[in-house]
Design a protein around this ligand. Sequence first.
Ligand code: PLP
Length: 387
Amino acid sequence: MEEHYLDNAATTKPSESVIGIIEEVLRTGWGNPSSLHRKGQEAKAYLRTAARQISSILDCPEEAVFFTSCATESIGTVLKGVAQKNAREGRHILYAQGEHAATRENLKYLQEQGFELEALKLSPDGKILLSGLEEKIRPDTILVTCLHVNNETGVIQPVSQMGAIIKKRNPKCLFHVDATQSFAKYPIYPVSWQIDFLSASAHKINGPKGIGLLYKRRDQYLPPLVLGGGQMRKMRSGTENVPYIAGFGLAATEMWQIHEELMPRLMTLKQEAWQGIAQRFPDARVNGPAPEEGAAHILNVRIPLVRSEVVLHALEDEGIYISSGSACSSNKPGEKSPALSALGLSAAAMDESLRISFGRYTTKEDITALVRALSEKVPVLRRFRPR
Ligand code: PLP
């Protein structure tokens, strides 16, 4: 059966060259980068190359780049680390509703430890209001954390402007951005945008799963989560995952090289998908920003009178893969989508919402297959819906 993968916000297919470099490192560059002999130094060279590749995309010093096991680990390192080191300066933390579970769960933990959490004001389509940000920063605010691109709705937050506002109001307040859905697809420059910490994962850009990025401003100390042999300049102990780090560096370079051509192409595909759906289902609605305003690779739509999970499985039978919400958190059945809740959707409306997400290998044929399958399946499924 032909497959049409439209779940690229969950994960992406590794590119052939990424698979190639991972294999090369496993076969020949398998030394321990901490070893002083040639075999170790060969492995270390892969780490240096990857850090250089990523720092050139972020336009930051190489020494500000650290590798972790995933974005989740990077986010936890930042949130817990900032809270631990700055608790004496203040306990107030600002966040945007609709964050990924990696942020939400760490914030919940910090709240249990006595930190005060406050949500930033959002526009009706889920964008952080800059005036609201300015108002809420206090002398005891130690951290502002938000997504760059929301993994469920694709809303793009104004992170390029937030740093300056935060630092003007309180120079000691730190700023973390979860750039997991945007890194290498959209520009993000932590040094000039005054972002202190940034998190991302390789598997969203056709790299391997299980390898993450932590950008840390050079003059900002963070207590490490993982203690031991002091690898990664003492930020994260444990022998480095050299094959996947090399794969991450290459995946990021490849994505950055094509992003100026890729993202407008994905925007066209997204608009085509939405127009096809809207034509067949006049009652369908986009959740979050208008299709032309959100990120090019994420479309969240509600098709009323049919449950998204049922649609997802009906499409799966046709080899079409989409998501009924955030795949990152769909392993918690019954949990309401935080991004859609932040938009004020009812539980029933959330239940009818689908996330369709595009990537480097998405073609026009994938969109045609999706629209055709929805046109065929949804009217049938609607007839069998429980009343
Ligand atoms: N943040 C965002 C916005 C995401 O979409 C994801 C998705 O997986 C994560 C964090 C967590 O990434 P990982 O599972 O690679 O740690």
